[in-house]
Design a protein around this ligand. Structure first.
Ligand code: NDP
Length: 289
């Protein structure tokens, strides 16, 4: 029979996680600070714990999905002793440093710990679109893999507890950079009443086509070599980028979502790298050691 699991936190995401466990037959104990949020799960068979201690003691596997790491500590610090000998999988969004700090806290209390990052929205949980990143001891991941896979594809990021958060934050950074450009583009065409439904497929096709360059950019940034096979040098791109900012101003739109790349490109050109690819701007991001 399916193994028991406890879910702490029943926001939009925690509710989706608990639902995936329940619909796959796992005895599921739930706890949420605002107890009424468990109501919707009771018809699916969820057991509502009266308090965190009871929730933690109900299952060998405890999944936390709270707002942030401050709430994780607020909820779990008082029950650290009861978590001893159990497995805690923390799917709360956080930084690599927060993940490592929490892994050290768990180790200090004899708690097996995996840190995780959910790459899905709540309706995607349990579908083929969802994947979840995990880091921590490999044997802990392997032991719980059949349960974790109920949520979506499980990707092991490494034994360093901070690596799942690193990849999660990197993916979200890429997403928000994309959003910045896409939202600006949609606002820009809107200044001339271009029908959004006509422009949207053109934009999504263009973004998809541009994304095919990611492996090439990865090689350049990984090797820190930006000069080979350049077809769109940064001096040219810097000049054209000025038109992006000017057009926004002319159309009565603030360019602030896209503006930061301009000064980076200009600095790169001024530094004598105008013939290289635009990826070289990452050299300007690296803080001096
Ligand atoms: P919600 O805002 O829907 O829920 C937040 C949850 O955190 C609630 O259960 C809330 O309890 C609880 N909480 C907040 N502060 C405290 C506290 N001090 N003590 C106890 N409980 C607390 O957020 P989501 O469920 O959407 O997100 C949860 C986590 O999942 C976040 O880290 C988020 O970044 C991550 N995530 C979310 C995604 C999404 O699209 N929703 C996608 C990927 C990751 P209460 O009900 O009592 O307020």
């Amino acid at each position: 029979s399916a193994s028991p699991v406890t879910v702490l936190g029943l926001g939009a995401m925690g509710t989706a996680l608990a639902t995936a466990f329940l619909t796959n037959g796992h005895p599921t104990t739930v706890w949420n600070r605002t107890a009424a949020r468990a109501d919707a799960l009771l018809p699916l068979g969820a057991v509502r714990a009266e308090d965190v201690a009871e929730a933690v003691e109900a299952s060998e596997l405890v999944i936390a999905c709270l707002l942030d790491y401050a709430s994780v500590h607020e909820v779990l610090d008082p029950v650290a002793g009861r978590l001893k000998g159990r497995t805690l999988v923390n799917l709360t969004n956080g930084t690599p440093a927060q993940a490592r700090e929490t892994a050290a806290w768990a180790a200090g209390h004899g708690i097996a710990y995996l840190d995780g990052g959910i790459m899905a929205v709540p309706p995607g949980i349990g579908t083929e679109q969802a994947f979840v990143l995990y880091s921590g001891p490999r044997e802990v991941f392997d032991a719980h893999l059949p349960v974790l896979e109920r949520l979506g594809a499980a990707h092991f990021a490494g034994v360093d507890a901070g690596l799942a958060a690193l990849l999660d934050i990197a993916l979200l950074s890429g997403m928000y950079g994309m959003f910045a450009g896409v939202f600006h583009a949609l606002a820009l065409v809107g200044t001339e009443e271009v029908p959004a439904e006509e422009f949207a497929p053109m934009l999504s096709g263009w973004i998809g086509a541009m994304a095919t360059g990611i492996p090439h950019y990865a090689r350049q940034i990984g090797s820190r070599e930006y000069a080979d096979g350049v077809v769109s040098n940064v001096a040219m791109q810097s000049a054209a980028f000025g038109n992006l900012l000017q057009a926004a101003e002319d159309q009565g739109l603030s360019p602030e979502l896209i503006a930061p790349m301009q000064s980076l490109m200009a600095r790169r050109v001024a530094g004598g790298h105008g013939h290289e690819d635009v990826t070289g701007i990452v050299e300007l991001l690296r803080k001096q050691a």
